[in-house]
Write a protein that binds this ligand. Structure first.
Ligand SMILES: O=C(CO)[C@H](O)[C@H](O)COP(=O)(O)O
Length: 224
């Protein structure tokens, strides 16, 4: 019987949990991302709640789920060191550069990724790509700048679509940018960041993952 995407997400989460059990320093804080793959990971992490000092979380949804398992969630400002961050992605390439933000949590995800010493990305095989950009690149914008940012994105060659009705945890809006021809993800990430009114964009190229655990029907593939 074919392995479903949900089963693969669960297997990626299990691989991350095994990694955490092996590498986590008891008493330290762990970074936890957002999404359905991470939700499986959070449910497993509950087993280790007595070893974990606390978690920092990239969204209100993950915070709620962590707390429901009795895992303490703290403000990133109270944390001076974050050895490990576990999160999913919408696309990942062979250099471990990613598109993220399908769940609208990109800004907090990028902040936690910047602080973390090791970023472990957990995905199922469908997220692995040769070149980033098939999944639309999310861009978080200050609401009053939406139209302006959209026009600037068109000049960069993208087709922005407002994710209408979605408000991020930071009170902002999302433009999903289709049809970017992404030859140089770092350059595009910088160009998007340079547009006034952009809070963050979902290209994680300057700071990619350090390790990727990719679940397929053949087992877990590890990229370092
Ligand atoms: O970036 C994200 C949320 O902003 C998620 O990591 C990404 O969307 C993957 O989600 P899922 O595990 O549900 O496929």
């Amino acid at each position: 019987m074919a392995t479903s995407q949900e089963q693969l997400k669960q297997q990626a989460a299990q691989a991350a949990f095994d990694y955490v059990k092996e590498h986590f320093k008891p008493g330290s804080v762990i970074g936890v991302g957002t999404g359905s793959t991470v939700n499986f990971f959070i449910d497993l992490l509950a087993e280790m709640k007595h070893d974990i000092e606390a978690a920092v979380s990239s969204s209100e949804a993950s915070t709620e789920r962590l707390k429901s398992h009795g895992i303490r969630v703290v403000d990133l400002n109270s944390v001076s060191e974050l050895p490990l961050y576990i999160d999913g992605a919408d696309e990942i390439d062979s250099h471990m550069r990613m598109v993220k933000g399908g769940g609208a949590a990109l800004t907090r995800e990028k902040i936690i990724a910047a602080v973390a010493q090791t970023f472990v990305c957990i995905v199922d095989k469908s997220k692995q790509v040769g070149r980033l950009g098939n999944f639309p690149v999310p861009v978080e914008v200050i609401p009053m700048a939406r139209s302006y940012v959209g026009r600037q994105i068109v000049r960069l060659g993208g087709d922005p679509v407002w994710r209408e009705g979605v408000v991020t945890d930071n009170g902002n809006w999302i433009l999903d940018v289709h049809n970017f021809d992404i030859l140089d993800p770092i350059h595009l990430e910088q160009q998007l960041n340079n547009i006034v009114g952009v809070v963050t964009n979902g290209l994680f190229a300057q700071r990619g993952a350090d390790l990727a655990l990719i679940a397929s029907a053949d087992g877990i593939q590890t990229l370092k």
